[in-house]
Design a binder for this molecule. Structure first.
Ligand SMILES: Cc1ncc(C[n+]2csc(CCOP(=O)(O)OP(=O)(O)O)c2C)c(N)n1
Ligand SMILES: [Mg+2]
Length: 909
């Protein structure tokens, strides 16, 4: 392997001197060995750095703490009181889970995650995390999902939760939904949790883009976030998720020194070791250092310092470096003499280092992540890192299930153990030094106690004083507005409502114009955030580059290759567009950060995230669910939508199902508009619901998904009609009546770009078959279905009352004949309504089943059987089945449109 071959391409200006240095190194290796040689090289690198000789950082350092003992700062807290507080919290966190499972077997919860990370959080709570009561919005803290019991336990001590609340951990139904959610869920506890984290990986990527968005707000002078820091707590196992590490280079590139990751390296995940045969801390160090992060390792507790000081010849260091995590995990469960024999034992020099320690002392040599002094030093270094331009990751070595006793500590099964026997509870009490507070009888009882120091206790006072000094409690979610948003006036939408006359345009073009107009609005403009993952040109949005500029934290340090063009690529520190590059996950994380700014910062911001619709729901569906949990408001725009409208791109680009996936997300308002005025209406009404006045607070926390197509056709003006906006938003309205004079009534519902086939089919049906088809625009099957479900439920539960009619019932009753529904999506989308259709009406959805193809629109629409001919045949076939027209008419249409009745079924082709 050629690794450092580059050096031979650099001129050697003094070969004699080079020789001397190399000979010295050779001699050191020969005489003192490799460890000594490594040491000398490290010292040389350190000296070089001191002398401003820049040299690429090595990706890994030895398996010791980054901060040496002599550089540890003075610890300003009261160790004794903090230990007591930690003990209460640890006890209550365990008790919540144990009690919950006693009351409802199998209800779950986690004991071991928080047991390993209590000190990581408590150092933050007592000394670093800033609440929301100060001038700014405070810090944003992403708690590890499975550590939630610990966060509740602290809130209980602070008097923010009651014992009854703790008793309702994982029991959210009843008490008006006021239980404690299993994990951080703002959807379920909107005044408590801010950031959902439990789907592994989404917390870290969310935190990273939150830190970036804080800088965006600052640089664009929308909110002063200069004092806010983002803390993300994650598991070492969680780091295997692509979302956890996949975006870390952005943090360094964007100089996010307001971001701190704390990784709880307990060496275990759910099934077993994270890296039995390797070292997760070393691996993560290399990855983060390589990405330009400031890495602080907290591996060994203070008691190791004296051992390290005795390690004159590097034998201990070598053992630390070469012991794999699987062995370290084993040492966590073994006795002192086992550790003495196996870790220290084989080498007499090591055995000597611990000769003065009892077995118990050897066993209890703590890991850095349980040592508040080491942690304090690391966190302080992280916060003082502000201004360096580098984000910080703190890698803390801990033991999973720490102090929960031999049944838990380091055990492979520990993640999922939820019950503790009496002896285990007694042992835990003793390990936490809580014998005075809790008697054995109490533990023995059916209902072991929670512990809460009284308000005049020193612990309570200390805790509250610390939180007060740090600007209030945390986590707390607030929707108090600091800077209100004034929506753009209704005239903003006039252009789109008026249609495009004879000029052909696409709904994407219509949307882009609207976005530009919104961004130009004097009041609202600056609060609009267009987000694009390297696809602006595809959507014709490059027109916005010059005008709105692309946000660039470092400004534009070069003259763009196209600077002389009207639409040049313009980057700027106060740019408005988030051009994220090719990362749909990152773009979604930005969407969430922007769309929750109304709560996080009290500054409402409206994100419009436009993406290739195929790479939306199916690519980042979990992040979309996350957005819903976090109560994100904003617009998702699935551009290049439709299985047949996006021509040429083929199987992996043509989206015919995102609307089906969207239908699974409760907070998502999914629309499939056909015309620019529909787009304008949905955006206007959506803005009003999410950010306007006079809307019930419970109704606001939704986001909109609109499909946008790239097919050009003249955009009609909005038809007249007082009730049209309501019906359009409710999902279905009559767009055009049946042509006069036709004898057989029928109804065609269209959505999106299928409007073309529907309209020409209606003309042809009238001209050739005497069928008068009225045309309806189905803007949202999801909305119509939700209403139908709601009404059906009400009727089911109110048997004696007069049955209610759904919106669907009303719309169907207002039309005549069989209903053919056509869209550029799978038939399953309109099929959502099938069960609600009246028995006397034929309902025949046509859809684009099957996998995409590369071809022209015409060929694709023929292949997927959604073109004019197929709509005509379907309508006639439904009429024939009802006996209204002769079956010959169907045959005639098949011939007229040259349809091959034996063509392969696209569903399976
Ligand atoms: C995306 C996703 N996959 C799987 C899980 C199930 N799961 C929950 S916790 C866990 C193990 C966590 O290990 P680690 O990140 O090391 O955290 P620890 O509890 O050890 O601190 C797993 C696999 C999940 N929550 N999310
Ligand atoms: Mg772990």
């Amino acid at each position: 392997m050629i690794f450092d071959g580059y050096v031979h391409q650099i001129p050697d200006t003094d070969p004699g001197e080079t020789r001397e240095w190399l000979d010295s190194l050779d001699a050191a290796i020969d005489v003192h060995g490799k460890t000594r040689a490594r040491y000398l090289l490290s010292r040389l690198l350190e000296r070089a750095r001191e002398s401003q000789v820049s040299f690429p950082a090595t990706v890994s350092t030895p398996y010791v703490n980054t901060i040496p003992r002599e550089q540890e700062p003075w610890f300003p807290g009261d160790e004794h009181i903090e230990r007591r507080i930690r003990a209460y919290i640890r006890w209550n966190a365990a008790m919540m889970v144990v009690k919950a499972n006693k009351q409802a077997d199998g209800i779950g919860g986690h004991l071991s995650t928080f047991a390993s990370s209590a000190s990581l959080y408590e150092i933050g709570f007592n000394h670093f995390f800033r609440g929301r009561d100060g001038d700014g919005a405070g810090d944003q803290v992403y708690f590890q999902g499975h550590a939630a019991p610990g966060v509740y336990a602290r809130a209980f001590l602070e008097g923010r939760l009651t014992a009854d609340d703790l008793d309702h951990f994982r029991r959210e139904i009843g008490r008006h939904g006021r239980g404690l959610s299993s994990y951080p869920h703002p959807r379920l506890m909107p005044e408590f949790w801010e950031f959902p984290t439990v789907s592994m990986g989404l917390g870290p990527i969310g935190a990273l883009y939150q830190a970036r968005f804080n800088r965006y707000l600052l640089n664009r002078k929308q909110a002063d976030t200069s004092n806010s820091r983002v803390w993300a707590f994650l598991g070492d196992g969680e780091c295997d998720e692509p979302e956890s590490l996949g975006a870390i280079s952005l943090a360094a590139r964007e100089h996010l020194d307001n971001l701190v990751f704390v990784v709880n390296c307990n060496l275990q995940r759910l099934d077993g070791p994270v890296r039995g045969n390797g070292k997760i801390i070393q691996e993560l160090e290399a990855v983060f250092r390589g990405a330009g992060w400031n890495v602080i390792k907290v591996i060994w507790g203070s008691k190791w310092d004296e051992l390290i000081a005795k390690d004159k010849d590097g034998a201990l260091l070598n053992k630390m470096n070469t012991t794999v995590d699987g062995e370290f995990q084993r040492y966590a469960v073994e006795s002192g003499d086992y550790i003495r024999d196996h870790f220290f034992g084989p080498d007499p020099r090591l055995r000597e280092i611990v000769a003065h320690l009892e077995d118990d002392e050897v066993r209890n040599l703590p890991r850095g992540g349980h040592d508040y002094r080491k942690l304090y030093a690391a966190y302080k270094a992280a916060v003082e890192n502000l201004g360096s331009g580098a984000p910080t990751v703190i890698l803390c070595k801990t033991i999973k299930g720490w102090t929960l006793g031999p049944g838990f500590e380091g055990r492979n099964a520990t993640h999922q153990i939820k019950k503790m026997k009496k002896e285990e509870l007694v042992a835990l009490r003793d390990r936490l030094y809580l014998h005075e507070e809790i008697s054995e009888e109490e533990i023995d009882s059916d209902d072991p106690p929670y512990l809460r120091p009284s308000q005049d206790s020193i612990e309570y006072q200390y805790m509250m004083e610390r939180r007060k000094a740090l600007d209030g409690p945390l986590p707390t979610r607030s929707t108090a507005t600091r800077r209100p948003l004034t929506l753009a006036p209704s005239t903003t939408y006039d252009e789109l409502l008026g249609g495009s006359g004879k000029q052909a345009a696409s709904t994407t073009m219509g949307f882009t114009r609207l976005l530009r107009t919104l961004a130009r609005d004097a009041d609202m403009g600056a609060r609009v955030v267009p987000i694009i993952p390297d696809e602006a040109r595809t959507f014709g949005m490059d027109a916005l580059f010059r005008e709105l500029k692309i946000y660039a934290s470092q400004g534009q340090k070069y003259e763009s290759v196209d600077h002389d063009l009207l639409l040049s690529y313009t980057e700027s520190l106060d740019g408005q567009i988030l051009e994220e590059g090719i990362t749909e996950a990152g773009s979604m994380a930005s969407f969430i950060a922007a769309g929750t700014s109304y709560a996080t910062h009290g500054v409402p911001i409206v994100p419009f995230y436009t993406f290739y619709s195929m790479f939306g729901f199916q690519r980042v569906g979990d992040l979309i669910w996350q957005a819903a949990d976090q109560r994100t408001r904003g617009f998702l725009l699935g551009a290049t939508a439709g299985r047949t409208t996006l021509l040429g791109e083929g199987l992996q680009h043509q989206d015919g199902h995102s609307l089906l996936l969207a239908s699974t997300v409760p907070a998502c308002q999914a629309y499939d508009p056909a015309f620019a005025y529909e787009v304008a209406t949905i955006v206007r009404e959506g803005l009003n619901r999410m950010y306007g006045t006079g809307v019930d607070e419970d109704e606001r926390d939704v986001f909109y998904y609109l499909t946008l197509y790239n097919e050009n056709y003249p955009m009609p003006a909005r038809p007249e009609g007082d009730d049209l906006d309501r019906q359009l938003m409710a999902g279905l309205y009559r767009w055009a009546p049946a042509p006069e004079g036709a004898s057989h009534p029928a109804t065609i519902w269209f959505s999106g770009s299928a409007q073309g086939a529907a309209r020409s089919a209606a003309d042809a049906l009238a001209e050739h078959y005497g069928v008068g088809a009225e045309l309806w625009s189905a803007t949202s099957y999801k909305r119509v279905r939700e209403d139908a479900l709601d009404v059906a439920r009400w009727n089911r539960l109110h048997p004696g009352a007069e049955a209610r009619r759904s919106f669907l019932d009303e719309q169907v009753a207002a039309s005549a004949g069989p209903i053919v529904a056509v869209s550029d999506f799978m038939a399953s989308v309109p099929d959502q309504l099938a069960r609600f259709m009246p028995k006397d009406r034929t309902f025949l959805p046509l859809g684009t089943e099957g996998m995409g193809r590369s071809d022209t629109r015409e060929a694709l629409r023929r292949h997927f059987e959604v073109d004019e001919g197929h709509v005509v045949v379907a309508t006639l076939s439904a009429l024939a089945a009802e006996g209204t027209v002769s079956p010959d008419a169907v045959t005639d249409a098949i011939t007229r449109y040259d349809i091959d009745p034996d063509a392969p079924n696209p569903t399976f082709a």
